[in-house]
Design a protein. Structure first.
Length: 67
């Protein structure tokens, strides 16, 4: 015997479900990015690689800007 169960889902339920899934995905992505950068920094420190070696640095702007 086959019984069908028709349940009503309020539209707000779908919104909350979608929001929670999106929130979990963003949280996992942020955690992965933080751990990736930490691991990359530690590896670069162990290998003696300087990420800023080839970057150009502009001088600080100082002085009097009054006319």
């Amino acid at each position: 015997m086959v019984m069908f169960n028709f349940a009503y889902l309020d539209p707000a339920t779908a919104t909350v479900l979608f929001s929670s899934i999106a929130g979990v995905a963003v949280t996992i992505g942020a955690a992965v990015a933080v751990y990736y950068h930490n691991i990359k920094k530690k590896v670069n420190d162990k290998l003696g690689i300087d990420e800023n070696a080839k970057k150009e640095v502009e001088e600080d702007v100082t002085g009097n800007f009054e006319d």
